[in-house]
Design a protein around this ligand. Sequence first.
Ligand SMILES: NC(=O)c1ccc[n+]([C@@H]2O[C@H](COP(=O)([O-])OP(=O)(O)OC[C@H]3O[C@@H](n4cnc5c(N)ncnc54)[C@H](OP(=O)(O)O)[C@@H]3O)[C@@H](O)[C@H]2O)c1
Length: 262
Amino acid sequence: MPTTGSAAAGQVLADRVLLITGANGGLGEALARACATAGAQVVLLGRRVPRLARLYDELIASGARTPAIYPLDLSGATPEDYETLAESIAREFGRLDGIAHCAAELKGLSSLRNLALEDWFTGLHVNLSAPFLLTRACLPLLRESPDACVLFTLDDAEQSTRAFWGAYGVSKQALRGLVSILGEELAASPVRVHGIEPGPMRTALRARAYFAEEPAGIPEPASCTAGCVRLLAGDWPDAPRFVKLPARSTAPRALNLPTLAN
Ligand SMILES: NC(=O)c1ccc[n+]([C@@H]2O[C@H](COP(=O)([O-])OP(=O)(O)OC[C@H]3O[C@@H](n4cnc5c(N)ncnc54)[C@H](OP(=O)(O)O)[C@@H]3O)[C@@H](O)[C@H]2O)c1
């Protein structure tokens, strides 16, 4: 991506148009703010328009590039709806440089035996089929970008494959497979594909799984956004396909030894 004046001033996402799903959720909202602050024009996708509108107003007030709201309920969206979405982005912005799939459905923990069948189908649809269909519909636009990135949000592989994680756990495992397959298929294209694995974040989704947890000690979703911005900006040389966030620094830690007085 050529460096523009604003990019040189530290706006690593200047000129980019990014689509964020679950944009009124914990991670989605924090990431939309972070991307807008880094210079991106963000398309906010979600099903709660008043909450998206509040974020829209906040971004405008902060001086960010004018965002867009795209209302869509992923549980009922069809392949045609995603084609329409891609056409709208092409018409309105003329480009798309990245997608961050932050939307996810988790009603709560349940054994597979007791899981309502409707929750099984909705979970797989929202968490797996929706990001697949949306990405597929947007691929022609993404391929036109000089440098594009698609982030799929995963979960802790060990934890979410344990008993009671139901359709959510199954779909996140399948999503991991989608990231590997799609990433390899697009290796020679300008579209980079990553699976991000956030650590614990204080959000509504987490509260439904860890209902007995004291939320005060859980990090805010903003703890994960710097790493996402770096990936979306192509500012993370040799980033692995799967990235745990927040990224741990590999720099040696200074020992906190007391200073000896002379
Ligand atoms: N929180 C954690 O500790 C944690 C850890 C690992 C991974 N993750 C992953 O991080 C991502 C973000 O989750 P979060 O923790 O930020 O949860 P969150 O605050 O509950 O956000 C989830 C978002 O998904 C949206 N969504 C759900 N069903 C939808 C549908 N049918 N159509 C459109 N939007 C829909 C929600 O919208 P509504 O408000 O309309 O429901 C909400 O905006 C998820 O992929 C999750 O699996 C979270």
